[in-house]
Design a protein around this ligand. Structure first.
Ligand SMILES: Nc1ncnc2c1ncn2[C@@H]1O[C@H](COP(=O)(O)OP(=O)(O)OP(=O)(O)O)[C@@H](O)[C@H]1O
Ligand SMILES: Nc1ccn([C@@H]2O[C@H](COP(=O)(O)O)[C@@H](O)[C@H]2O)c(=O)n1
Length: 212
């Protein structure tokens, strides 16, 4: 079974994807890390992020064993990822890796922006996770505080809005809800409530009660 989870920045899709994978004994791929790895390699090389040919070459030669590098999580790398991910050649270079991962048995959970629309259009379960921008910014703010990092909630909100806009308006695989995805708004759900709602969606599909 493939569970495809998409949604905007900081909507909680990674948290849900991890929890669903653990619940069902599936593997999990945070596809944002792939674009972050391309972006970091470009930054490290001092390359121009708008150089599509060079970024695509980086994408083709990416080493997946580096996806657990904590440096990929930085704000700078995230911003750069949203620039390189807009290049069609970069996206094309990364499709096969993601589709091979998705074919893992007994199942896989992938989260990102285009899993239900482009990478796994035939996924049995598709969930599009959203939350109000202000709520997402507040959660990111709390996350930074818990790590003892200084954070400016207004600046986080501005970044989130800018990132969403770039991801939604690019021509290659823009962020959008697949027509057969179930919308999960977790603005007023805590993590446990969101996980329960997501499991209910998966179980409804498994029971054949809902074709998502
Ligand atoms: N329902 C929830 N209630 C409260 N906090 C939540 C909820 N879901 C997620 N969070 C918290 O919100 C933050 C963002 O969640 P997460 O990293 O899962 O989002 P994401 O969509 O994967 O982000 P990105 O796409 O930017 O990587 C985390 O600190 C997470 O613990
Ligand atoms: N399937 C995906 C996943 C991510 N992106 C781009 O990468 C940026 C960083 O993603 P995070 O989820 O780690 O924040 C994101 O803003 C997207 O531009 C993508 O295009 N497709």
């Amino acid at each position: 079974m493939i569970i495809a989870i998409d949604g905007p920045a900081a909507s909680g899709k990674g948290t849900l994807a991890k929890r669903l994978a653990a619940h069902y004994g599936f593997r999990h791929l945070d596809t944002g890390l792939i674009y972050r790895a391309v972006a970091k390699a470009m930054l490290d090389a001092g390359a121009d992020l708008t150089d599509e040919v060079r970024a695509a070459e980086v994408a083709r030669t990416l080493d997946p064993t580096g996806f657990d590098d904590p440096a990929l999580k930085s704000h700078t790398v995230g911003e750069a990822a949203s620039v390189v991910s807009a290049h069609p050649q970069v996206r094309a270079a990364l499709v096969e890796f993601q589709q091979i991962f998705a074919a893992t048995l007994p199942g896989a959970v992938l989260d990102g922006r285009d899993i239900g629309t482009v990478i796994c259009p035939d996924a049995e379960v598709k969930i599009f996770v959203v939350a109000a921008p202000e709520i997402r910014a507040h959660r990111r703010f709390l996350e930074a505080q818990s790590r003892g990092e200084p954070a400016d909630e207004a600046a986080i909100l501005a970044d989130i809005i800018k990132r969403d806009e770039r991801d939604r308006n690019r021509s290659a695989a823009p962020l959008k809800q697949a027509p057969d995805a179930v919308l999960l708004d977790n603005s007023y759900l805590d993590i446990e409530g969101g996980v329960r709602a997501a499991i209910d969606i998966v179980e409804a599909v498994r029971a054949g009660r809902r074709r998502v």
